[in-house]
Design a protein around this ligand. Structure first.
Ligand code: NAG
Ligand code: NAG
Ligand code: NAG
Ligand code: NAG
Ligand code: NAG
Length: 357
């Protein structure tokens, strides 16, 4: 990683560190304490406020988008900041609202980009998702995968950073960003608010953990830990996602980031305030079972195809060493090029080293 991308990452880290967290007196309620029921059926979204963080006198903000997302806001200019994470075929991630942006610049204003229509948000364009692994546990559900980030308005070279509902002022990145899921109920249709979540996006990869809102708050804090923002997906969300593979597995619980076993003793590592940082341990990917694989064409059936602009920046992705890059005229569904074994090595590098070196 070049110095400039590294310092960008550090800037992101400082901005989102909760070790120094101090509520803004103008808006002292932490985002994780702003709870709103979300009734089944999208048409009922008006139970949410238009914006959960409209405070104009706060140091940051106000919130740039809105939380009421409906058929009127279902378009590629949507400023929806209510993200839905239901299953591998139906989830949203946060990404910038304008083309060629970086997470460092846009962390407070990212918007929801979804893999399925119906959430009043932008759609992740066809072919952008190149591989996704979902690990399901009792305490949290973890998504990790590959994405052509230029298709979700990111600069091709951006190594990105962490987005979470905390931040130095506890108002979250994005400000006012809410998440909901049907995954923790018993019937797959009842939405519950996910109060704690954590996500990284950058270097053409992403990872996202939603913590079970029904478990203890200690477990939600541990499994959605947000203070290790310099060590990326590999340490925060150990996974073995493969580019080209779409799978859902049951998994054992991860060891929360920063906790590791050495010489029989359980030790804690605390991330220093500035990077580059080298954790004293190698993360362990939890054991998984019952994996079911899917064809991306079966999962993602409602995504728009985009042309040109993003393709030209995708080609510059080569310079970062994050992969072979897309064709400059990449308008086809790259995700259908499955099972390229050589990219597994690239994956390891990307997830393990990109945030460290
Ligand atoms: C749809 O969402 C927009 C943006 O939040 C909001 O202004 C509008 O009132 C909503 N429409 C309905 C029918 O709820
Ligand atoms: C919920 O969805 C999953 C797949 O996403 C399925 O395996 C499970 O059987 C569903 N459960 C119910 C109660 O419908
Ligand atoms: C919390 O996580 C631990 C594992 O770290 C697990 O044993 C426990 O069942 C979880 N749930 C609750 C409610 O504590
Ligand atoms: C993206 O922005 C950078 C400058 O930040 C510029 O060099 C590059 O040409 C832009 N790429 C596209 C596709 O507009
Ligand atoms: C993932 O695979 C696609 C082709 O299937 C490729 O274009 C892309 O560069 C790969 N991404 C990474 C990060 O290796």
């Amino acid at each position: 990683m070049s110095r400039s991308t590294l310092s960008l990452l550090i800037a992101v880290a400082i901005a989102s560190k909760s070790a120094f967290a101090q509520p803004d007196p103008a808006d002292p309620t932490p985002l994780t304490a702003k709870t709103y029921a979300y009734p089944s059926g999208l048409a009922c979204i008006p139970l949410l406020p238009y914006q959960v963080d409209p405070v104009t006198s706060a140091i940051r903000g106000p919130q740039t988008g809105y939380n009421i997302c409906n058929s009127t806001t279902q378009n590629q200019e949507s400023m929806c900041q209510t993200g839905i994470v239901n299953n591998i075929g139906d989830f949203c991630m946060w990404a910038p609202p304008t083309a060629n942006s970086t997470i460092g610049d846009d962390e407070a204003i990212v918007v929801a980009w979804c893999s399925k229509t119906g959430h009043g948000a932008r759609l992740i364009p066809a072919g952008a998702l190149a591989g996704v692994q979902v690990l399901v546990t009792s305490e949290y559900i973890q998504y990790a995968g590959f994405i052509d980030q230029t298709k979700v308005d990111m600069n091709a070279l951006d190594y990105g950073g962490e987005l979470d509902p905390h931040g130095a002022d506890l108002r979250g990145n994005p400000l006012g960003g809410l998440m909901y899921s049907t995954a923790f109920g018993s019937d797959n249709t009842t939405y519950q608010q996910v109060l704690d979540w954590n996500t990284f996006i950058g270097a053409n990869a992403f990872c996202l953990t939603i913590c079970n809102p029904s478990t203890s708050s200690a477990n939600q804090s541990a499994f959605c830990e947000n203070r290790y923002d310099l060590v990326g997906c590999a340490y925060n969300m150990p996974n073995n996602a493969k580019n080209g593979t779409f799978e859902v597995c049951d998994a054992d619980l991860k060891t929360p980031v920063g906790t590791y076993v050495s010489g029989g003793a359980t030790l804690t590592w605390t991330q220093p305030n500035v990077g580059p940082v080298t954790p004293p341990y190698t993360p362990v990917v939890p054991k998984s079972s019952n994996c079911v694989t899917y064809q991306s064409t079966a999962l993602y059936t409602s995504l728009p195809t985009i042309t040109s602009a993003a393709g030209s920046s995708a080609a510059t992705g080569k310079a970062t060493g994050t992969g072979s890059g897309s064709s400059p005229t990449a308008t086809s569904n790259g995700a259908s090029a499955l099972g390229i074994s050589s990219v597994v090595g690239i994956l390891g590098t990307l997830f393990a080293v990109a945030f460290l070196s």
